[in-house]
Design a binder for this molecule. Structure first.
Ligand SMILES: Cc1ncc(COP(=O)(O)O)c(C=O)c1O
Length: 468
């Protein structure tokens, strides 16, 4: 048995004074996400931010030498695991050969061609064309531009509306925010771009649309049909959706949902954009989550697992029939770092590891193990409302409606998880506390057991004990 989660490796420990100096500078000069350092300092003086100094396989290490199971710090990017020397060496060699060349004014380079040709055989699109970006937000932004331009070039410039769903996340740019179905993300930043509209998300048994006793009757798909009617199909450019959304909780749709949505879009000439930023590259036990339903969208957006976090890179892939709309002249869209050679090499290395170590198949094989272990969380907490698992993507939703301080419980839960050597993503809303647990695809069975145990104990400490 290897070292347990949360165990300390003294060789990795930074001197205490240096660690505190780094924390002070980080708090003062670096914007971090979802962290209120004033509150954190009051509750756990000198503990935040946690300083991550290294990684190896499914684990991270912090400046105290603590070993942490990464089931969420990577934000869904981590597929092939941390600290792969072979990947780093390939990226270094690429930087030494050609660190950068722009895809501009007739120039290209071999790595971007190799990557696009490789991806063309994988994405669920007919004879695709790839625009490379630097993030998922940019990939979605470009997908919206392409959707509107596609209709405009085909003589329907009034088709501009982009439909998305409540409980979906599509990025932090203005259009990403406008498409994201969570008002909190938009609250400070209005006015929003026009032409974006949200619908109900499928989440069988929990979406509130269908009668819970009677089960899912696909009210969410009816809602899309209504929205198309309301706007008028001649005004709707595209529907964007993650095949499986994970904002707040993992929402696995009813088996009939995607075929109906795809059919609706096709019937009305509306482009279907599949946001595979978080679900792509094996996360759900298939290379792309679209494959679970044989879904053939018109546009697919990618990022995160494309390079497994070894370089920032995304892509917007369009099917040939979409690209054909631009036969009369190329799309006017520029991006300095599109197809950055070092990022391309990171993506090629990621694909090599996914294939040679059969990690997509591994994610599918570990699904029942993850489900079995997460089901044990309820034995400890008695608060589980729903467990959702597909591949190595999972969430546990917990009832905290009796707590009048949900945000305090949430922050306490993150702390308690970390203290037990686990990083997972936590959120709270409407009396439901959710833990999204999505480890790298190299996780061992034993670490799934450790992770679920740590999760259950942390929930009990944070919810019942009230945290610090
Ligand atoms: C489904 C989905 N789409 C888009 C994005 C935005 O990606 P990025 O943060 O790389 O801009 C994310 C990020 O979490 C995501 O989960």
């Amino acid at each position: 048995m290897g070292p347990t989660l949360g165990s300390i490796d003294a060789n990795r420990r930074a001197p205490a004074e240096q660690a505190q100096a780094t924390r002070r500078l980080a708090q003062r000069h670096v914007r971090h996400f979802l962290a209120d350092f004033r509150e954190l300092e009051l509750r756990w003086p000198g503990a935040y931010p946690r300083i991550i100094t290294g990684g190896e396989g499914a684990h991270l290490f912090d400046d105290a030498g603590r070993r942490l199971l990464d089931a969420g710090n990577h934000l869904g990017a981590g597929m092939i695991g941390h600290g792969r020397r072979d990947v780093a060496e390939r990226m270094g060699a690429q930087a030494a050969t050609l660190e950068f060349a722009a895809l501009d004014s007739g120039a290209s380079h071999p790595k971007v061609v190799e990557l696009a040709a490789r991806l063309a055989d994988l994405v669920p699109l007919e004879d695709p064309v790839f625009s490379f970006t630097s993030s998922g937000s940019e990939s979605n932004e470009l997908a919206f531009k392409i959707a509107r331009a596609y209709h405009s070039r085909r003589g329907e410039p009034e088709r501009t509306v982009i439909l998305s769903r409540d409980g979906s996340y599509h990025g932090s740019s203005y259009s990403g925010m406008a498409a994201t179905g969570a008002p909190a993300f938009r609250a400070d930043f209005g006015p929003m771009p026009v032409g974006f509209s949200q619908l109900t998300q499928p989440s069988p048994g929990r979406c509130g649309l269908c009668d819970r006793e009677g089960g899912c009757t696909l009210g969410c798909a009816d809602a899309l049909e209504d929205a198309i009617e309301r706007h008028g199909p001649e005004h709707v450019a595209a529907v964007i959706a993650e095949p499986i959304a994970i904002l707040q909780a993992v929402k696995i749709p009813h088996p009939d949902y995607w075929p109906r949505i795809q059919d609706l879009c096709r019937r009305h000439g509306i482009l279907l954009i599949a946001d595979e930023v978080v679900t792509g590259f094996g996360r759900t036990g298939r290379m792309f989550a679209c494959e679970h339903w044989g879904l053939r969208p018109d546009i697919v957006t990618l990022a995160k697992g494309l390079t497994s976090g070894y370089a920032p890179m995304g892509a917007t892939a369009v099917a040939r029939h979409v690209e054909d709309a631009f036969a009369d002249g190329p799309l006017l869209h520029l991006n300095t770092y599109a197809g950055h050679p070092v990022a391309c090499e990171a993506a090629l290395a990621t694909l090599d590891v996914l294939e040679s170590e059969a990690l997509v198949e591994r994610a599918a094989a570990l699904e029942p193990v993850l489900r079995r272990e997460l089901e044990r969380v309820n034995e400890v907490t008695g608060r589980v409302l729903k467990i959702s698992v597909i591949g190595l993507l999972s969430s546990v939703e917990l009832d905290v409606s009796d707590r009048d301080d949900p945000t305090r419980v949430l922050v306490g839960l993150r702390h308690e998880l970390y203290e037990r050597g686990l990083i997972a993503r936590c959120a709270v809303g409407d009396g439901v506390l959710t833990v999204v647990f999505y480890p790298t695809l190299v996780i061992s069975e034993q670490d799934i057991v450790f992770g679920a145990t740590a999760l259950a104990e942390a929930v009990a400490a944070a919810v019942e004990g009230g945290g610090a």
